[in-house]
Design a protein around this ligand. Structure first.
Ligand code: FFO
Ligand code: ATP
Length: 198
């Protein structure tokens, strides 16, 4: 009989595969970020005065710059995640075009401590993969977005949007009890809405 394999090890296997898929997509689709930004605006229609949390892209993550610019033109505030402490939820601070970002944990560029903190109405998350059937999300493994979405959903409404290349939407997928699900997945191919059960 085979010994049971812990779920976290299964996730590592899927992460490796998902990184390759994303790297391939990034090479094949250099214009994806502009198409994805347009699909995001059409599907989510964020209103002036609301706040959308984006991310500062790392490696092969889909670029958020075209979306940031389009949101700013509409009068939508853009916030970026800040790793306050390991094992804690992320906080979000306002991104201001003229203010430089600082390098935070994991080499992620984030707003400095004087940037005002904001609760986002929409959280756009980076990801390795999202599950087509229900919007389960596979991230880098820090659990940051799981903790953050759990905390935000506990005291109000928030819309979670996975943002990436179309090929990052997949079928086979490991899920753990603490995983938070996405409401949307947006890519260069369009926007998909999930019927979220948790
Ligand atoms: N762009 C971006 N911002 C983010 C995240 C993310 O995944 N991507 N996070 C999501 O939780 C939070 C920061 N946590 C992170 C946790 C782990 C790794 C990580 O394992 N990084 C790889 C290198 C990634 C690369 O260069 O492609 C590493 O350190 O080996 C990154 C960020 C908040 N901001
Ligand atoms: N709501 C939570 N409360 C406490 N710990 C949590 C919570 N959610 C996740 N974690 C912790 O985070 C760890 C990593 O989770 P997981 O592998 O699902 O990360 P991920 O969603 O892929 O990564 P990320 O969200 O950072 O992109 C888990 O082992 C778990 O211990």
């Amino acid at each position: 009989m085979l010994a049971p394999v812990p779920l976290l090890d299964w996730k590592a296997v899927f992460r490796k595969r998902a990184k390759k898929t994303r790297a391939r997509a990034a090479l094949a689709q250099p214009g994806a970020a502009k198409f994805a930004a347009n699909h995001f605006l059409t599907a989510l229609d964020p209103q002036a005065g609301s706040t959308v949390a984006l991310y500062s892209p790392l490696g092969d993550e889909l670029d958020t710059a075209p979306l940031a610019q389009a949101l700013a033109e509409r009068g939508v505030a853009v916030a970026l995640p800040v790793v306050a402490a390991k094992g804690q939820p992320l906080t979000f601070r306002l991104f201001e075009v003229d203010k430089p970002l600082i390098e935070g944990a994991y080499g992620v560029r984030e707003p400095g401590p004087d940037a005002p903190e904001r609760r986002p109405d929409i959280v756009v998350t980076p990801l390795l993969a999202a599950r087509r059937a229900d919007g389960a999300r596979l991230g880098m493994g820090g659990g940051y977005y799981d903790r953050t979405l759990a905390a935000l959903r506990e005291d109000g409404a928030v819309v979670a949007v996975g943002y990436g290349y179309g090929d990052q939407l997949t079928d086979r997928f490991p899920v753990a009890p603490h995983d938070q699900f996405l409401d949307w997945f947006v890519s260069e191919r369009g926007a998909v809405r999930f019927d979220r059960r948790r």
